[in-house]
Design a protein around this ligand. Structure first.
Ligand code: SAM
Length: 498
């Protein structure tokens, strides 16, 4: 088809679009003009995510509140926003088949409108006439009349075929490379597809699972709560949640919600419970329950912000008379840790802002258990952060790897002989898991500190969790969204032996 692009219209459109984004951050949009608050909210969040590197899960909820979008409209806006962000790569590949000069040449605001419309047509059960007409009206309102004509023509073409036909054509256009084809179908950057394939194999699974893993990344994750031990019982929390709640399959502390928005629950408001992926709960609990000889009173959480694992470790520590020191390098995230542990008994957790790389030097052999929940690419939590797969780059791995190695080295110094370090990432990438453990262990040996990998069977037994398919050939824990319904958390337990 021929694009009808009006340069004056485009410039006006772009300017209006920017204005809308700014206004959306301050005041409710005029419902009378847009006529469709849910789609308007989704569009404004996409624009803000693109324009200011914002996180959709931080921008959308307050925007919905400000505009008083609730109930089914809020659910529609949420699915539209997150689904469009996750499946952006898939939709761009499809739109490239329709837009003559390709999506790369489109005004970014127009491209976002097209992605929103395409998600309604191919990813949601929105009737085609509503998806097209409402998205065209939105474009006219937010961008301009000229772009609205383009959006109308493109979306009508998209509506002519079901999603599978489009995916087959987009895959054919991607060529023969298997990773490029999967990248289009499952909307991941090709380098991430490659890395996840290597991660599955490297952690002892089969590359045949790759499509299941990629598909799981494209699903909205279940909301899971943690019932912090000694503060609220998981059964009590289930009662607060009400019908549809279920217990987690792995962590005894986990309660799975039937829907979203748990902020109003009494236990969440007091801090006795919180929102936390079940995999995150399990790895923190495994560190806390790993068998340990000797004293067990001083625990360290080296990279604590925003404090989900600190609060869980703190709750377990309080029950055992142990104390937790929590450090975080960014002050605003330290504040979040303080907030996360507010329900714990006074004196259980001591929170401070510090560079974790220095802690080992300043507090040698001071701790019995140390958690290193290292900054990482987050490739195991793509379901949860819908835009992150498009932001991460392979070049992120080298600096993160250096930081991860330094933090583990610091933990090895900070833990006493006989004590346990838990190295955790929410990424299964081999460069962030196996390689870091191997390199950090060797580097420590050169500095006179020896450590050994502790098989997690003892910790799993202490928690009553069946090792099943959780343990890798290297003796680490590796969780997967497609197998366990959790983020792809990775945990290696290491004991300092000298
Ligand atoms: C994966 S997050 C930790 C999540 C946290 N454990 C939780 O469960 O809520 C990694 C954290 O490490 C922090 N960080 C990055 N570099 C650090 C450093 N040099 N020392 C301490 N913390 C650091 C980041 O700011 C981030 O908050």
């Amino acid at each position: 088809m021929t694009e009808r692009r009006d340069d004056r219209g485009r410039q006006r459109g772009a300017a209006r679009s920017d204005g809308r984004v700014r206004r959306s951050a301050q005041a409710p949009a005029s419902r009378a003009r847009s006529g469709d608050p849910a789609r308007g909210a989704a569009f404004d969040v996409l624009r803000e995510v693109a324009a200011s590197d914002a996180y959709a899960n931080l921008v959308l909820p307050p925007l919905l509140t400000r505009r008083r979008i609730v109930g089914r409209d809020a659910a529609f806006a949420t699915e539209l926003t997150y689904g469009t962000l996750r499946l952006r790569g898939r939709y761009d590949a499809i739109l490239d088949l329709v837009v003559d000069r390709g999506t790369a040449n489109l005004d970014p605001a127009v491209l976002d409108a097209l992605r929103l419309g395409t998600h309604q047509l191919l990813g949601m059960r929105v009737p085609a006439h509503a998806a097209v007409s409402q998205t065209v009206a939105l474009t006219r309102d937010r961008v301009g009349a000229g772009p609205a004509q383009l959006v109308n023509a493109v979306l009508r073409r998209v509506a002519e075929h079901p999603v599978d036909d489009w995916l087959n054509r987009a895959q054919d256009a991607a060529g023969d490379d298997v990773n490029a084809r999967l990248a289009v179908r499952w909307s991941h950057p090709a380098w991430v597809v490659r890395a996840l394939r290597e991660a599955l194999v490297g952690h002892g699974r089969s590359a045949d699972e790759l499509e299941d893993l990629l598909a799981a990344d494209d699903e909205a994750p279940r909301v899971t709560l943690v019932a912090r031990p000694g503060m609220v019982d998981a059964d009590e929390l289930m009662e607060q949640v009400g019908a549809g709640a279920s217990r987690g399959a792995l962590a005894q502390t986990a309660v799975v919600l039937p829907g979203g928005a748990p902020a109003q629950l009494p236990a969440v408001q007091t801090g006795q419970a919180g929102v936390q992926d079940e995999g995150s709960q399990l790895v923190a609990l495994l560190l806390a329950h790993a068998p340990l000889d000797g004293p067990d009173a001083r625990w360290l959480d080296l990279c604590a912000g925003p404090g989900g694992k600190t609060a869980l470790l703190g709750a377990v520590a309080a029950g055992r008379g142990a104390q937790v020191r929590a450090t975080e390098v960014q002050q605003h995230r330290t504040d979040l840790v303080v907030q996360a542990v507010r329900a714990l008994p006074e004196g259980t957790v001591d929170v401070g802002t510090a560079d974790g790389r220095q802690v080992g030097e300043h507090s040698p052999e001071a701790y019995d258990r140390v958690l290193v929940d290292a900054p990482c690419t987050g490739l195991g939590a793509l379901r949860r952060r819908p835009e992150s797969r498009w932001r991460r780059l392979p070049t992120d791995l080298a600096p993160l790897g250096a930081l991860q190695r330094d933090l583990v080295a610091s933990a090895f110094r900070a833990v006493r002989v006989g004590g346990i370090v838990g190295y955790v990432t929410c990424s299964p990438h081999l460069a962030e898991t196996l390689s870091v453990v191997l390199d950090a262990t060797r580097a420590a040996a050169r500095a006179g500190i020896t450590v050994e990998v502790v098989h997690p069977s003892g910790a799993l037994a202490a928690l009553g969790v069946d090792p099943g398919d959780l343990v890798t050939p290297a003796g680490a824990i590796q969780l997967w969204p497609h197998l366990h319904g959790t983020d792809a958390m990775s945990l290696t337990l290491l004991r300092r032996t000298a």
